[in-house]
Write a protein that binds this ligand. Structure first.
Ligand code: FAD
Length: 416
Protein backbone atom coordinates (compact mmCIF):
# COMPACT_ATOMS: atom_id res chain seq x y z
CA UNK A 1 0.00 0.00 0.00
CA UNK A 2 1.26 3.49 -0.87
CA UNK A 3 2.10 5.72 2.12
CA UNK A 4 1.19 9.41 1.90
CA UNK A 5 2.53 12.31 3.91
CA UNK A 6 -0.13 14.76 5.14
CA UNK A 7 0.46 16.88 2.01
CA UNK A 8 0.35 13.81 -0.28
CA UNK A 9 -2.96 12.75 1.17
CA UNK A 10 -4.38 16.22 0.59
CA UNK A 11 -3.04 16.31 -3.00
CA UNK A 12 -4.51 12.88 -3.83
CA UNK A 13 -7.85 13.76 -2.31
CA UNK A 14 -8.14 16.49 -4.98
CA UNK A 15 -6.93 14.38 -7.91
CA UNK A 16 -8.96 11.29 -7.20
CA UNK A 17 -9.07 9.62 -10.63
CA UNK A 18 -5.40 9.93 -11.60
CA UNK A 19 -3.19 6.97 -12.44
CA UNK A 20 -5.84 4.40 -11.74
CA UNK A 21 -5.18 1.17 -13.53
CA UNK A 22 -7.81 0.21 -16.11
CA UNK A 23 -9.69 -2.93 -15.19
CA UNK A 24 -10.19 -3.72 -18.88
CA UNK A 25 -8.57 -2.46 -22.08
CA UNK A 26 -10.21 0.12 -24.32
CA UNK A 27 -9.31 -1.42 -27.69
CA UNK A 28 -9.76 -0.08 -31.21
CA UNK A 29 -12.28 -2.30 -33.01
CA UNK A 30 -10.71 -4.89 -35.31
CA UNK A 31 -12.19 -5.30 -38.77
CA UNK A 32 -13.12 -8.93 -38.09
CA UNK A 33 -14.06 -11.15 -35.15
CA UNK A 34 -15.09 -14.79 -34.90
CA UNK A 35 -18.00 -13.74 -32.71
CA UNK A 36 -19.56 -10.32 -32.16
CA UNK A 37 -21.80 -10.11 -29.11
CA UNK A 38 -24.19 -7.17 -29.24
CA UNK A 39 -25.00 -5.90 -25.74
CA UNK A 40 -22.59 -5.46 -22.85
CA UNK A 41 -24.99 -6.29 -20.03
CA UNK A 42 -24.43 -9.16 -17.61
CA UNK A 43 -25.74 -11.76 -20.08
CA UNK A 44 -23.60 -10.55 -23.00
CA UNK A 45 -20.47 -10.34 -20.87
CA UNK A 46 -21.10 -13.77 -19.34
CA UNK A 47 -21.57 -15.20 -22.83
CA UNK A 48 -18.21 -13.74 -23.92
CA UNK A 49 -16.49 -15.09 -20.82
CA UNK A 50 -17.80 -18.66 -21.24
CA UNK A 51 -17.11 -18.64 -25.00
CA UNK A 52 -13.49 -17.80 -24.26
CA UNK A 53 -13.06 -19.94 -21.19
CA UNK A 54 -15.05 -23.07 -22.05
CA UNK A 55 -14.89 -23.11 -25.82
CA UNK A 56 -11.50 -21.55 -26.57
CA UNK A 57 -12.99 -18.84 -28.82
CA UNK A 58 -11.20 -15.64 -27.90
CA UNK A 59 -11.44 -13.50 -31.04
CA UNK A 60 -14.62 -11.92 -29.68
CA UNK A 61 -15.95 -8.37 -29.43
CA UNK A 62 -18.69 -7.28 -27.05
CA UNK A 63 -20.27 -4.24 -28.69
CA UNK A 64 -22.09 -1.95 -26.26
CA UNK A 65 -23.82 1.27 -27.25
CA UNK A 66 -23.42 2.85 -23.81
CA UNK A 67 -21.24 1.64 -20.96
CA UNK A 68 -20.85 -1.95 -19.75
CA UNK A 69 -23.66 -3.04 -17.47
CA UNK A 70 -25.56 0.24 -17.93
CA UNK A 71 -28.82 -1.35 -19.16
CA UNK A 72 -31.14 -3.54 -17.10
CA UNK A 73 -28.12 -5.03 -15.38
CA UNK A 74 -27.69 -1.69 -13.59
CA UNK A 75 -31.42 -1.18 -13.04
CA UNK A 76 -32.66 -4.39 -11.51
CA UNK A 77 -33.52 -5.23 -7.92
CA UNK A 78 -31.00 -8.12 -7.87
CA UNK A 79 -33.23 -10.97 -6.68
CA UNK A 80 -31.84 -14.42 -7.35
CA UNK A 81 -33.85 -17.65 -6.99
CA UNK A 82 -34.63 -20.78 -8.96
CA UNK A 83 -38.07 -21.89 -7.72
CA UNK A 84 -39.85 -21.89 -11.09
CA UNK A 85 -42.76 -24.25 -11.76
CA UNK A 86 -41.97 -26.17 -14.95
CA UNK A 87 -39.04 -28.56 -15.29
CA UNK A 88 -37.46 -26.70 -18.22
CA UNK A 89 -37.42 -23.32 -16.45
CA UNK A 90 -36.59 -24.69 -13.00
CA UNK A 91 -33.59 -26.58 -14.39
CA UNK A 92 -32.29 -23.55 -16.28
CA UNK A 93 -32.58 -21.22 -13.27
CA UNK A 94 -31.16 -23.87 -10.94
CA UNK A 95 -28.19 -24.26 -13.29
CA UNK A 96 -27.68 -20.51 -12.92
CA UNK A 97 -28.04 -20.63 -9.13
CA UNK A 98 -25.41 -23.37 -8.89
CA UNK A 99 -23.04 -21.21 -10.96
CA UNK A 100 -23.80 -18.21 -8.71
CA UNK A 101 -22.70 -20.27 -5.72
CA UNK A 102 -19.11 -20.49 -7.00
CA UNK A 103 -18.95 -17.37 -9.13
CA UNK A 104 -17.19 -14.92 -6.81
CA UNK A 105 -14.35 -17.43 -6.41
CA UNK A 106 -14.27 -18.23 -10.12
CA UNK A 107 -14.09 -14.57 -11.17
CA UNK A 108 -12.05 -13.57 -8.12
CA UNK A 109 -14.45 -10.68 -7.67
CA UNK A 110 -16.69 -9.90 -4.72
CA UNK A 111 -20.21 -10.15 -6.13
CA UNK A 112 -21.79 -9.63 -2.72
CA UNK A 113 -23.86 -12.75 -3.38
CA UNK A 114 -26.06 -13.17 -0.34
CA UNK A 115 -28.18 -16.30 0.08
CA UNK A 116 -30.54 -14.69 2.54
CA UNK A 117 -33.59 -16.66 1.34
CA UNK A 118 -36.67 -15.68 -0.64
CA UNK A 119 -40.25 -15.80 0.66
CA UNK A 120 -43.24 -15.81 -1.68
CA UNK A 121 -46.31 -15.02 0.42
CA UNK A 122 -49.75 -16.59 0.01
CA UNK A 123 -52.86 -14.61 0.96
CA UNK A 124 -55.70 -16.84 -0.25
CA UNK A 125 -56.46 -20.55 -0.28
CA UNK A 126 -55.79 -20.59 -4.01
CA UNK A 127 -52.40 -18.87 -3.44
CA UNK A 128 -51.53 -21.61 -0.97
CA UNK A 129 -52.60 -24.38 -3.39
CA UNK A 130 -50.41 -22.81 -6.08
CA UNK A 131 -47.52 -22.49 -3.63
CA UNK A 132 -47.83 -26.15 -2.60
CA UNK A 133 -47.88 -27.26 -6.23
CA UNK A 134 -44.80 -25.22 -7.04
CA UNK A 135 -42.89 -26.34 -3.95
CA UNK A 136 -43.66 -29.99 -4.80
CA UNK A 137 -42.50 -29.44 -8.39
CA UNK A 138 -39.32 -27.74 -7.14
CA UNK A 139 -38.50 -30.59 -4.80
CA UNK A 140 -38.93 -33.12 -7.61
CA UNK A 141 -36.29 -31.07 -9.44
CA UNK A 142 -33.96 -31.18 -6.44
CA UNK A 143 -34.49 -27.48 -5.67
CA UNK A 144 -34.61 -26.37 -2.03
CA UNK A 145 -38.16 -25.22 -1.44
CA UNK A 146 -40.51 -25.40 1.53
CA UNK A 147 -44.06 -24.44 2.46
CA UNK A 148 -44.19 -22.32 5.61
CA UNK A 149 -47.28 -21.56 7.72
CA UNK A 150 -48.12 -18.12 9.10
CA UNK A 151 -46.24 -18.67 12.38
CA UNK A 152 -43.09 -19.78 10.57
CA UNK A 153 -43.28 -16.73 8.30
CA UNK A 154 -43.71 -14.47 11.31
CA UNK A 155 -40.69 -16.04 12.97
CA UNK A 156 -38.54 -15.40 9.91
CA UNK A 157 -39.74 -11.81 9.44
CA UNK A 158 -40.96 -10.40 12.75
CA UNK A 159 -41.77 -6.98 11.22
CA UNK A 160 -44.20 -8.46 8.67
CA UNK A 161 -47.84 -7.84 9.57
CA UNK A 162 -49.14 -11.40 9.98
CA UNK A 163 -52.21 -10.44 12.00
CA UNK A 164 -55.62 -11.78 11.00
CA UNK A 165 -57.29 -8.40 10.62
CA UNK A 166 -55.43 -7.25 7.54
CA UNK A 167 -57.02 -6.82 4.13
CA UNK A 168 -54.80 -9.59 2.71
CA UNK A 169 -54.00 -11.91 5.64
CA UNK A 170 -50.82 -13.96 5.22
CA UNK A 171 -51.74 -17.66 5.19
CA UNK A 172 -48.23 -18.94 4.55
CA UNK A 173 -45.43 -18.78 2.02
CA UNK A 174 -42.98 -20.67 -0.09
CA UNK A 175 -39.39 -20.37 1.12
CA UNK A 176 -36.23 -20.91 -0.86
CA UNK A 177 -33.29 -20.60 1.54
CA UNK A 178 -30.65 -20.61 -1.24
CA UNK A 179 -32.28 -17.63 -2.99
CA UNK A 180 -31.18 -14.08 -2.21
CA UNK A 181 -29.50 -11.11 -3.83
CA UNK A 182 -26.20 -10.13 -5.50
CA UNK A 183 -24.56 -6.84 -6.37
CA UNK A 184 -25.68 -6.17 -9.96
CA UNK A 185 -22.82 -3.91 -11.13
CA UNK A 186 -20.22 -6.24 -9.68
CA UNK A 187 -21.55 -9.11 -11.78
CA UNK A 188 -21.02 -7.10 -14.97
CA UNK A 189 -17.61 -5.85 -13.83
CA UNK A 190 -16.47 -9.32 -12.72
CA UNK A 191 -17.39 -10.92 -16.05
CA UNK A 192 -15.96 -7.95 -17.99
CA UNK A 193 -12.61 -8.15 -16.23
CA UNK A 194 -12.40 -11.93 -16.68
CA UNK A 195 -13.42 -11.78 -20.36
CA UNK A 196 -10.89 -9.01 -21.02
CA UNK A 197 -8.16 -11.11 -19.40
CA UNK A 198 -9.00 -13.92 -21.83
CA UNK A 199 -8.54 -11.55 -24.80
CA UNK A 200 -12.12 -10.40 -25.45
CA UNK A 201 -12.41 -6.84 -26.85
CA UNK A 202 -14.98 -4.80 -24.93
CA UNK A 203 -16.11 -1.97 -27.23
CA UNK A 204 -18.07 0.66 -25.34
CA UNK A 205 -19.87 3.63 -26.95
CA UNK A 206 -20.25 1.43 -30.02
CA UNK A 207 -23.82 1.12 -31.28
CA UNK A 208 -25.01 -1.48 -33.76
CA UNK A 209 -27.13 0.39 -36.29
CA UNK A 210 -27.50 -2.34 -38.90
CA UNK A 211 -26.61 -5.93 -39.73
CA UNK A 212 -25.35 -7.39 -42.99
CA UNK A 213 -26.34 -10.78 -44.35
CA UNK A 214 -25.41 -12.58 -47.55
CA UNK A 215 -27.45 -15.48 -48.93
CA UNK A 216 -29.12 -16.04 -45.57
CA UNK A 217 -25.84 -15.97 -43.62
CA UNK A 218 -24.79 -13.20 -41.22
CA UNK A 219 -21.65 -11.34 -42.30
CA UNK A 220 -21.28 -8.62 -39.67
CA UNK A 221 -22.63 -5.53 -37.96
CA UNK A 222 -22.76 -1.89 -38.98
CA UNK A 223 -21.80 0.33 -36.06
CA UNK A 224 -21.37 4.04 -35.43
CA UNK A 225 -17.59 3.26 -35.64
CA UNK A 226 -17.82 1.43 -38.97
CA UNK A 227 -18.53 -2.07 -40.24
CA UNK A 228 -17.26 -5.06 -38.24
CA UNK A 229 -17.34 -8.39 -40.02
CA UNK A 230 -18.04 -11.55 -38.02
CA UNK A 231 -18.63 -15.26 -38.54
CA UNK A 232 -21.27 -15.22 -35.83
CA UNK A 233 -23.36 -12.46 -34.25
CA UNK A 234 -25.12 -12.96 -30.92
CA UNK A 235 -27.68 -10.37 -29.80
CA UNK A 236 -28.14 -9.98 -26.06
CA UNK A 237 -29.87 -6.64 -25.99
CA UNK A 238 -32.79 -7.17 -23.55
CA UNK A 239 -35.45 -4.47 -24.11
CA UNK A 240 -33.96 -3.51 -27.50
CA UNK A 241 -34.04 -7.00 -29.03
CA UNK A 242 -36.96 -6.29 -31.39
CA UNK A 243 -35.03 -3.32 -32.78
CA UNK A 244 -32.03 -5.56 -33.52
CA UNK A 245 -34.22 -8.29 -35.02
CA UNK A 246 -35.90 -5.74 -37.23
CA UNK A 247 -32.50 -4.91 -38.77
CA UNK A 248 -32.56 -8.31 -40.51
CA UNK A 249 -36.30 -8.46 -41.08
CA UNK A 250 -37.00 -10.86 -38.19
CA UNK A 251 -40.01 -10.50 -35.93
CA UNK A 252 -39.64 -11.77 -32.37
CA UNK A 253 -42.64 -12.58 -30.15
CA UNK A 254 -41.68 -9.85 -27.68
CA UNK A 255 -43.31 -6.84 -26.08
CA UNK A 256 -41.13 -4.13 -24.54
CA UNK A 257 -42.53 -2.58 -21.37
CA UNK A 258 -41.17 -0.19 -18.76
CA UNK A 259 -40.44 -1.77 -15.37
CA UNK A 260 -39.81 0.44 -12.38
CA UNK A 261 -38.18 0.09 -9.00
CA UNK A 262 -37.32 2.36 -6.10
CA UNK A 263 -35.06 2.63 -3.07
CA UNK A 264 -35.67 4.26 0.28
CA UNK A 265 -33.36 6.24 2.47
CA UNK A 266 -30.85 3.93 4.20
CA UNK A 267 -32.01 2.27 7.42
CA UNK A 268 -30.25 0.22 10.06
CA UNK A 269 -30.46 -3.54 9.26
CA UNK A 270 -34.09 -4.53 9.70
CA UNK A 271 -35.00 -7.02 6.95
CA UNK A 272 -32.70 -9.96 6.29
CA UNK A 273 -34.66 -11.93 3.67
CA UNK A 274 -36.37 -11.14 0.38
CA UNK A 275 -40.17 -10.89 0.71
CA UNK A 276 -42.42 -11.01 -2.33
CA UNK A 277 -46.15 -11.15 -2.78
CA UNK A 278 -47.76 -11.83 -6.15
CA UNK A 279 -51.13 -11.07 -4.64
CA UNK A 280 -50.57 -7.65 -3.08
CA UNK A 281 -48.09 -7.15 -5.90
CA UNK A 282 -44.86 -5.91 -4.45
CA UNK A 283 -41.50 -7.19 -3.27
CA UNK A 284 -38.81 -5.88 -1.00
CA UNK A 285 -35.32 -6.55 0.30
CA UNK A 286 -32.74 -4.48 2.13
CA UNK A 287 -29.44 -3.69 0.46
CA UNK A 288 -26.12 -3.88 2.29
CA UNK A 289 -26.14 -0.05 2.27
CA UNK A 290 -29.42 -0.15 4.21
CA UNK A 291 -31.81 1.04 1.47
CA UNK A 292 -35.10 -0.80 1.11
CA UNK A 293 -35.11 -2.03 -2.51
CA UNK A 294 -38.69 -2.20 -3.77
CA UNK A 295 -40.24 -3.27 -7.05
CA UNK A 296 -43.50 -4.38 -8.59
CA UNK A 297 -45.06 -5.10 -11.96
CA UNK A 298 -44.57 -3.64 -15.42
CA UNK A 299 -46.29 -0.54 -16.72
CA UNK A 300 -48.93 -1.96 -19.07
CA UNK A 301 -48.13 0.19 -22.11
CA UNK A 302 -45.27 -0.48 -24.51
CA UNK A 303 -42.33 1.89 -24.88
CA UNK A 304 -38.60 2.45 -25.00
CA UNK A 305 -38.41 5.25 -22.40
CA UNK A 306 -36.47 4.09 -19.36
CA UNK A 307 -39.13 5.46 -17.02
CA UNK A 308 -42.71 4.66 -16.04
CA UNK A 309 -45.87 6.06 -14.49
CA UNK A 310 -46.38 7.38 -10.98
CA UNK A 311 -49.53 5.34 -10.39
CA UNK A 312 -47.50 2.10 -10.62
CA UNK A 313 -45.08 3.38 -7.98
CA UNK A 314 -47.98 4.49 -5.77
CA UNK A 315 -49.56 1.04 -6.07
CA UNK A 316 -46.23 -0.58 -5.21
CA UNK A 317 -45.70 1.60 -2.15
CA UNK A 318 -49.25 0.78 -0.99
CA UNK A 319 -48.54 -2.96 -1.40
CA UNK A 320 -45.38 -2.74 0.69
CA UNK A 321 -47.11 -0.78 3.44
CA UNK A 322 -49.95 -3.29 3.45
CA UNK A 323 -47.38 -5.97 4.35
CA UNK A 324 -45.06 -3.76 6.42
CA UNK A 325 -47.01 -0.96 8.13
CA UNK A 326 -43.76 -0.27 10.02
CA UNK A 327 -42.33 1.26 6.79
CA UNK A 328 -45.17 3.75 6.31
CA UNK A 329 -42.99 6.75 7.21
CA UNK A 330 -39.81 5.70 5.43
CA UNK A 331 -38.86 8.18 2.70
CA UNK A 332 -38.21 7.07 -0.87
CA UNK A 333 -34.87 8.33 -2.21
CA UNK A 334 -34.95 7.36 -5.89
CA UNK A 335 -37.10 5.69 -8.50
CA UNK A 336 -36.07 4.54 -11.98
CA UNK A 337 -37.15 2.33 -14.85
CA UNK A 338 -35.74 -0.10 -17.41
CA UNK A 339 -37.20 -1.62 -20.56
CA UNK A 340 -37.99 -5.31 -20.27
CA UNK A 341 -38.70 -7.62 -23.22
CA UNK A 342 -41.52 -9.98 -22.29
CA UNK A 343 -42.45 -13.22 -24.07
CA UNK A 344 -46.01 -14.61 -24.21
CA UNK A 345 -45.05 -17.49 -21.86
CA UNK A 346 -42.89 -15.42 -19.46
CA UNK A 347 -39.83 -17.46 -20.48
CA UNK A 348 -36.71 -16.37 -22.36
CA UNK A 349 -35.58 -17.00 -25.93
CA UNK A 350 -32.11 -18.59 -26.24
CA UNK A 351 -31.95 -19.52 -29.86
CA UNK A 352 -30.51 -19.84 -33.30
CA UNK A 353 -32.47 -17.92 -35.93
CA UNK A 354 -33.42 -18.58 -39.56
CA UNK A 355 -30.29 -16.53 -40.46
CA UNK A 356 -27.21 -18.74 -40.23
CA UNK A 357 -24.72 -17.49 -37.66
CA UNK A 358 -27.22 -15.13 -35.98
CA UNK A 359 -28.36 -15.93 -32.43
CA UNK A 360 -30.67 -14.23 -29.94
CA UNK A 361 -30.74 -14.36 -26.16
CA UNK A 362 -33.64 -12.21 -24.94
CA UNK A 363 -37.17 -12.23 -23.53
CA UNK A 364 -36.03 -12.53 -19.90
CA UNK A 365 -38.66 -9.95 -19.08
CA UNK A 366 -38.73 -8.93 -15.47
CA UNK A 367 -36.51 -11.71 -14.13
CA UNK A 368 -33.31 -12.29 -16.05
CA UNK A 369 -30.72 -11.01 -13.60
CA UNK A 370 -30.90 -14.22 -11.56
CA UNK A 371 -30.17 -16.20 -14.72
CA UNK A 372 -27.07 -14.24 -15.76
CA UNK A 373 -24.41 -16.97 -15.27
CA UNK A 374 -26.63 -19.79 -16.54
CA UNK A 375 -27.81 -17.79 -19.51
CA UNK A 376 -24.27 -16.89 -20.57
CA UNK A 377 -23.10 -20.45 -20.01
CA UNK A 378 -25.75 -22.19 -22.15
CA UNK A 379 -25.76 -19.44 -24.79
CA UNK A 380 -21.99 -19.72 -25.24
CA UNK A 381 -22.42 -23.46 -25.81
CA UNK A 382 -25.23 -22.81 -28.32
CA UNK A 383 -23.07 -20.34 -30.27
CA UNK A 384 -19.89 -22.42 -30.16
CA UNK A 385 -21.60 -25.63 -31.35
CA UNK A 386 -24.25 -23.95 -33.50
CA UNK A 387 -26.55 -26.31 -31.66
CA UNK A 388 -28.58 -25.58 -28.53
CA UNK A 389 -27.25 -26.58 -25.13
CA UNK A 390 -29.68 -29.21 -23.74
CA UNK A 391 -30.90 -26.74 -21.10
CA UNK A 392 -31.42 -24.05 -23.76
CA UNK A 393 -33.23 -26.28 -26.27
CA UNK A 394 -36.75 -25.80 -24.83
CA UNK A 395 -36.22 -22.02 -25.08
CA UNK A 396 -35.64 -21.89 -28.82
CA UNK A 397 -37.80 -19.84 -31.18
CA UNK A 398 -39.35 -23.09 -32.49
CA UNK A 399 -41.63 -23.24 -29.48
CA UNK A 400 -43.71 -20.41 -30.88
CA UNK A 401 -44.36 -22.56 -33.96
CA UNK A 402 -44.77 -25.95 -32.25
CA UNK A 403 -46.88 -24.46 -29.46
CA UNK A 404 -44.65 -25.99 -26.76
CA UNK A 405 -44.79 -22.91 -24.57
CA UNK A 406 -43.51 -23.05 -20.98
CA UNK A 407 -46.03 -20.94 -19.10
CA UNK A 408 -44.18 -19.44 -16.13
CA UNK A 409 -46.58 -16.55 -15.48
CA UNK A 410 -47.40 -17.96 -12.04
CA UNK A 411 -43.79 -18.29 -10.89
CA UNK A 412 -42.60 -15.15 -12.67
CA UNK A 413 -45.46 -13.50 -10.75
CA UNK A 414 -44.71 -10.09 -9.43
CA UNK A 415 -41.86 -8.78 -11.54
CA UNK A 416 -38.48 -9.85 -10.25
C1 FAD B 1 -36.58 -2.33 -12.51
C2 FAD B 1 -36.13 -3.71 -12.82
C3 FAD B 1 -36.05 -4.65 -11.81
C4 FAD B 1 -35.63 -5.96 -12.09
N1 FAD B 1 -35.46 -6.82 -11.05
C5 FAD B 1 -34.98 -8.06 -11.27
C6 FAD B 1 -34.72 -8.94 -10.18
O1 FAD B 1 -34.89 -8.58 -9.03
N2 FAD B 1 -34.24 -10.18 -10.48
C7 FAD B 1 -34.05 -10.62 -11.74
O2 FAD B 1 -33.69 -11.77 -11.93
N3 FAD B 1 -34.23 -9.78 -12.81
C8 FAD B 1 -34.69 -8.51 -12.61
N4 FAD B 1 -34.89 -7.65 -13.66
C9 FAD B 1 -34.63 -8.11 -15.03
C10 FAD B 1 -33.14 -8.05 -15.34
O3 FAD B 1 -32.65 -6.76 -15.06
C11 FAD B 1 -32.87 -8.37 -16.81
O4 FAD B 1 -33.57 -9.52 -17.21
C12 FAD B 1 -31.38 -8.62 -17.04
O5 FAD B 1 -30.60 -7.65 -16.38
C13 FAD B 1 -31.09 -8.59 -18.51
O6 FAD B 1 -29.69 -8.59 -18.67
P1 FAD B 1 -29.07 -8.33 -20.10
O7 FAD B 1 -27.62 -8.41 -19.97
O8 FAD B 1 -29.76 -9.23 -21.07
O9 FAD B 1 -29.61 -6.88 -20.46
P2 FAD B 1 -28.98 -5.43 -20.26
O10 FAD B 1 -28.24 -5.30 -19.00
O11 FAD B 1 -30.09 -4.46 -20.53
O12 FAD B 1 -27.92 -5.38 -21.44
C14 FAD B 1 -28.28 -5.18 -22.79
C15 FAD B 1 -27.31 -4.17 -23.34
O13 FAD B 1 -27.53 -4.06 -24.75
C16 FAD B 1 -27.15 -2.75 -25.11
N5 FAD B 1 -27.70 -2.46 -26.44
C17 FAD B 1 -29.00 -2.35 -26.81
N6 FAD B 1 -29.10 -2.05 -28.11
C18 FAD B 1 -27.83 -1.99 -28.58
C19 FAD B 1 -27.28 -1.70 -29.86
N7 FAD B 1 -28.05 -1.42 -30.92
N8 FAD B 1 -25.92 -1.70 -30.01
C20 FAD B 1 -25.11 -1.98 -28.94
N9 FAD B 1 -25.59 -2.24 -27.71
C21 FAD B 1 -26.93 -2.24 -27.52
C22 FAD B 1 -27.77 -1.90 -23.99
O14 FAD B 1 -27.17 -0.62 -23.92
C23 FAD B 1 -27.52 -2.77 -22.77
O15 FAD B 1 -26.36 -2.39 -22.04
C24 FAD B 1 -35.31 -6.34 -13.43
C25 FAD B 1 -35.39 -5.38 -14.45
C26 FAD B 1 -35.77 -4.07 -14.15
C27 FAD B 1 -35.82 -3.06 -15.26
Amino acid sequence: MQQYSGFGLFKHSLSHHENWQRVWRNPIPKSHYDVVIVGGGGHGLATAYYLAKNHGITNIAVVEKGYLGGGNTARNTTIVRSNYLWDEAAQLYEHALKLWEGLAQELNYNLMFSQRGVLNLGHTLQDMRDIERRVNANRLNGIDSEVLNTEQVQQLVPILDCSKNTRYPILGASWQPRGGTARHDAVAWGYARAANALGVDLLQQTEVIGMRTQDGVISGVETNRGFISANKVACVTAGNSSVLANMVGLQLPLESHPLQAMVSEPLKPILDTVVMSNHVHGYISQSDKGDLVIGAGIDSYLGYGQRGSLNVLEHTAAAIIEMFPIFSRVRINRTWGGIVDTCPDACPIISKTPIKGLYFNCGWGTGGFKATPGSGHVFAHTIAHDNPHPLAKPFSLDRFISGQLIDEHGAAGVAH
